[in-house]
Design a protein around this ligand. Sequence first.
Ligand code: ATP
Length: 279
Amino acid sequence: MIQLENLVKRYGQNKALDGLSLSVAAGESFAFLGPNGAGKTTVIRILNGMTAMTSGRALIGGHDLAKEPLAVKKLCGLAAQNLNLDGELSVRENLEIHGLLFGMNGTDRQERSQELLKYVDMSERADSLVKTLSGGLKRRLMIARALLHRPRLLFLDEPTVGLDPAIRRRLWGLIRKIRQDGVTVFLTTHYIEEAEFLADRVAFIHRGRLVNQGTPPELMAALGAWAVDRFNDAGIETRYFQTREEARNHLSENEFEGTLRRVNLEDAFLAQTGKRVAE
Ligand code: ATP
């Protein structure tokens, strides 16, 4: 569904993307995990025609982005990081405008809006002004709007940023449902649990480069399954073990206060880049 070859994006002297190549299969849920400024949003902006790449090639659903931008646009839905809804209009009107922009006819716009409001469990809010919605509802509406024209590929840029944990989990349920319904999902996040929960495959991105990619278990397996964190004056020192028993033994053999936990994607990212995803 997505094939990126050596994508470069320069802003003056700064390289936001420094030769990024990757592919995403149809039906997959793929997450870009990386700290602020890593280049995640830049990829999404390029693939959605919001900024031009400096060099490289992007194929979406077999269409070359540079040569067939409209064909690509039809295939893609985007829920951007910033809440770019019109607060003075109702929920239904926000969907209506999107449908008009994508050339959907009146009946189709109405039926599809109703269907999607039901899908994101917002039917009873159809006539509410968007400015009266909570953050979680606005995010759900952004996703409904992105799906309105039936894209085969959905981009979600930091879909749950700033939401409280319960609302975040509810959105995760919705995103999983979308993927189960056959839409390819490409999301960016700097939340470890979000990538672990939602993604079939995760790519680590750091300073505009792809550092590693694989399924979450593959990315973590290189370190082991269990971690012991030891807190000292310099910060946290972590050791990794294949089994819980080995980790427990390490704790009991050494006289320090430590915490035993499962290895996570943050460990894998840190091991590869020397940097934490969220700092
Ligand atoms: P965040 O989660 O903070 O958005 P990100 O991984 O999405 O982080 P990008 O927004 O893609 O990162 O930014 C990558 C780099 O490009 C950063 O160094 C950023 O400062 C720079 N950058 C992004 N947009 C612009 C712009 N319009 N002009 C100049 N530099 C930019």
